[in-house]
Design a binder for this molecule. Sequence first.
Ligand code: HEM
Length: 436
Amino acid sequence: MTTLPKGPTNSILMNVQGLMDPIGYTLRMRERYGDPMSLPKMDGKPVLATGSVEGLRALFAVPPETLDQMLGKSFTAAMGESSLFALSGARHTAMRKLLMPPFHGQRMRLYGKQICDLALQHSRDLKPGLELVAQDLMQTISLQTIIHIVFGVTAPAEAARLEKLLEDLRKSFSLGLTVTLMIPWLRQEFRGVGPWARRQRAIRDLRSFLDPELARRRADPAERTDILSLLLEARQEDGTALSDQEIFEQLHTLLFAGHSTTAGALTWALYFLGNAPAVLRRLRHELTALGADPEPDALAKAPYLEAVCNETLRLRPSSPGVGRKLNAPMQIAGHELPAGAGVFAQIIWAHHDPAVFPESAVFRPERFLERTYSPFEFLPFGGGNRRCIGAAFALYEMKLILGTLLRRYSFELVSTKPVRVGLQGLPGAPVRVIVR
Ligand code: HEM
């Protein structure tokens, strides 16, 4: 076996520092150890971290069956064994095939009008001079998108009930739960107290809302385009339908993967735009030139709007990196790794590679108009066979929501003080804005 590179050895210290300052800490580690570096061993096996183009290309170009999710066990505990995050091998590939279609192409574009209407509806009370927390607005719009498009619940009373249940579930994903997922014996309900008990309660409450809904829709299958109904109709390769448990776990996965991530990215976009008046001016100019009432597709095709969204995702990806476990020996970034070893694809390193992104700390959307980036240079949605299935949809949604809001309102930052990055890449403090 070749000698592995140096790297941090204390995993507790590393996790704490990584949680407190994910981007700064990750970049300091590269300065100190270089790329690639070693991370503390997992289950006695080496773990290599890399964000170089060669390292990422080697990792994501291998046959899918040779890679597994690095944190599969934690995902199983958090979201269930049939969650796309927890599956591997042929079952993972098959479940992706079932889930993918509505998140792409024509099927995805069916949702465009609905997304713009939801953004308008949930921002209609914004009045000039009103001060608000940008996260609250973006969480509401992103959650409503999920309620309507993923769950297909549109009746106001039902949607309000579902909103409360989904919010409870989202809030149960706390720092305490993250710790619980790392330490299996903490996963107990302790007489209803603590993060695990809160989480389980939120899951049970959501199930008791959804189970009758599933039964109703199975009994009366109508023409519907929401993702829950598509999952009810979907057939696996052996012709069987998904069970209620499997459907619930996929819905839970889509909520976890798609809600806070999108809301966080939209909040960061307002934050960066608030700090970059020239960018905002150019974006406004582009949006105004689209005319009085542009179609969703016209917004989605606006190049500068897309560049603003991409530059936001470059600087604030929802995850500092993604982990894989090797099922076979492999050479990555010049190192021979045995089967069972881990590789952590450092998205932050790739997005701050000075050779690819000069002045990488600066918010400059123009760079996305000047050239295109390969999937090993710009990868906010991860890569390979586990790349985010919602990537196209998320970018589409971001463009429609941001475009719709900015065509009607200006958002001025209350303070231009830097906002730190918190858990899951979200803003670590409220981003306060004044509506103009
Ligand atoms: C700005 C918004 C989003 C960002 C930044 C984001 C980012 C990511 C990342 C980094 C991964 C891990 C990929 C890997 O391991 O290589 C992922 C996976 C995933 N995302 Fe997203 N995501 C976003 C929105 C969404 C949306 C809207 C949905 C669906 C409603 C979604 C569904 C998923 C699913 C199901 C996976 C698991 C894929 C698998 O394991 O095969 N995401 N996402």
